[in-house]
Design a binder for this molecule. Sequence first.
Ligand SMILES: [Ca+2]
Length: 193
Amino acid sequence: MRMFIFILVATAFVGLTLPVAGKPAPKRALDENLLTNGDFEDGPKITQQWITFSAGSKHLPGWEIIRGDVDIVEDSFWTPAEGKRSLDLNGLEPGAIRQSFLTEKNKKYRVQFLISCTPRTTERKVKVAVGKESHIFTVDGTNNGYKEMNWTRVSWDFIATDEKSVLDISSETKNSGAVGPAIDDVTVRRLKS
Ligand SMILES: [Ca+2]
């Protein structure tokens, strides 16, 4: 009987330590994605396989198009890395997109996204930049198909120099016309550093 009572008391004590149902989980700032619409799922409903947005367009929520033009590509054209849409960084010409987000000065951040390329095209370059820091990723679409886009996850780290950072992602292949690199599921997260 004494053991039985002990088990009852122990069970009740453990029960008190369990999370209360409905209580929100503590905020996990390090895991928080700082970008809006990095998966390119938000935006106007389109019925065609892709739609081109030019510099200055307000049709890509969360992002500014700062140069050239880009295509939002539906999954009826090529398979996105995530969801139903991805972004071709060349609309009719190489394009560039921009988003600002809050950062903590001198903290380290990781930009991560999935990269691919228009099927059966040669080398394309994607540049990511925050302030004076930048990196160029190279991708090749030779072995890609519209169903098998061979999406690859890439990442690049930077140290914030201000309380607000500006991320630019651009297509950097000259004379690439309408045939560009593709990206999807862009995130920025703070690292422990
Ligand atoms: Ca997507």
